[in-house]
Design a protein around this ligand. Structure first.
Ligand code: NAP
Length: 353
């Protein structure tokens, strides 16, 4: 049998289109496995990396953070996975800089603590919407001590419990507002917070209420409501103002920050966890930070929660995928579509049936 060959959608320089070319087959070190990718997902981060070269440490680069596929090789001492397992995984080119850690290839290295078995009942194109969003959601919810997201910008540290297979909503007496409930990371944060027993009040477009409800939000407020701030404050008060933890703002734009600050003002402060650098000069009673979605805090969730929760339906592959095409050459088109904006979906490229 001839050895398989690898190909990747290479980024040769910032601002240039991806080019599909040969790549070395990765090898798995300790704590790693090599995955033969059946599907990869697109994230807004990939567009920033392509357009501006942010976080790229080594050129040419292979970017991309989400894979679903079959284990091809495991590193020395790896016991949790074996060749042929169906898996999903979060790839970490962002921090390692190594091309073999980028998702946009036929074969990719994945750390075993950022991967889980994908149940047979779930397709690769569905499962691949989970990884980066999951790790980002855990970073938004469960970091206990602030770390460094970017120079001069701390990570949020809400210190909330991990999702569990049993916890019921309102069982921990905490309420979190999720701004951008239909976004990939907003819907995953809603799901994981709900599965931790936290009440989630989501802010979403009226056309996307259903997705926030499917993720477990106890109340959804229309992002276009002219009384948005008052509606959110009322919803929080309904469950007891003393339970209010703060806001996870998945969108983190100047407009959403203005609403966040107004809501936090009326609720006497709290956490503001952002996906981009937080607003400057927040009031003293607001603790603001930016998540950095590669963090070992997610390991217990990957190890203990993801597979059984996917099996039982407690964790859903939301927002649903939109498959842009089949083959590495479709990734560039998918990136273009992502940059144009999506609504309650994750763009996915299939690589194998
Ligand atoms: N710092 C990190 O580690 C990290 C990690 C992951 C993501 N991010 C960042 O987080 C952001 C979200 O990423 P994503 O992948 O979750 O995005 P996404 O799924 O592509 O976001 C699109 C969704 O956001 C909704 N939306 C847009 N503007 C909104 C607003 N003003 N209010 C409420 N909903 C709004 C859209 O709903 P409509 O249909 O209503 O327009 C749509 O469903 C990106 O900027 C990304 O770069 C950062």
């Amino acid at each position: 049998m001839s050895a398989p060959s690898n190909q990747a959608a290479w980024l040769l320089a910032a601002g240039s289109p991806l080019q599909v070319k040969e790549a070395p087959i990765p090898t798995a070190g300790p704590g790693e496995m090599v995955v033969k990718n059946f599907a990869v997902a697109i994230n807004p981060l990939d567009c920033h990396m392509q357009d501006h070269g942010v976080f790229v440490q080594q050129w040419p680069a292979i970017i991309g953070c989400d894979v679903a596929g079959e284990v091809y090789e495991v590193g020395h001492g790896v016991e949790r996975f074996k060749k042929g397992d169906r898996v999903i995984g979060h790839t970490i080119n962002l921090v390692s800089g190594r091309p073999q850690d980028g998702a946009f290839a036929l074969f990719t290295t994945v750390p075993i603590d950022k991967a889980a078995i994908l149940p047979k009942s779930i397709s690769y194109t569905d499962g691949v919407v989970v990884p980066l969003a999951l790790e980002g959601a855990v970073c938004a919810l469960s970091v206990k001590t602030p770390g460094i997201a970017l120079p001069g910008v701390s990570t949020p540290a809400l210190g909330l419990p991990y999702p569990s297979l049993e916890a019921r909503v309102d069982s921990v007496g905490r309420t979190l507002v999720v701004y951008g409930g239909s976004s990939s990371i907003g819907s995953m944060t809603t799901q994981l917070a709900t599965a931790a027993g936290i009440n989630v009040i989501a802010i979403s477009g009226a056309h996307n209420f259903d997705i926030s409800k499917q993720c477990g939000a106890i109340k959804v407020v229309d992002r276009k409501d002219t009384l948005l701030v008052e509606r959110v404050v009322e919803a929080v008060a309904e469950y007891g103002q003393d339970k209010f933890v703060g806001i996870f703002d998945a969108i983190s734009s100047p407009e959403t920050y203005a609403d966040d600050v107004a809501i936090l003002d009326k609720l006497h402060g709290g956490h503001l966890a952002c996906t981009h650098p937080p607003p400057a000069n927040v009031p003293a009673n607001v603790t603001a930070g930016m998540i950095f979605a590669v963090n070992d805090v997610a390991t217990p969730v990957w190890r203990n929660f993801v597979t059984p929760a996917l099996e039982s339906g407690r964790l859903k592959c939301l927002p649903p995928p939109t498959v842009v095409g089949k083959g590495l050459e479709h990734i560039q088109d998918a990136l273009k579509k992502s940059a144009a904006g999506v609504s309650a979906t994750k763009l996915v490229v299939k690589l194998e049936d």
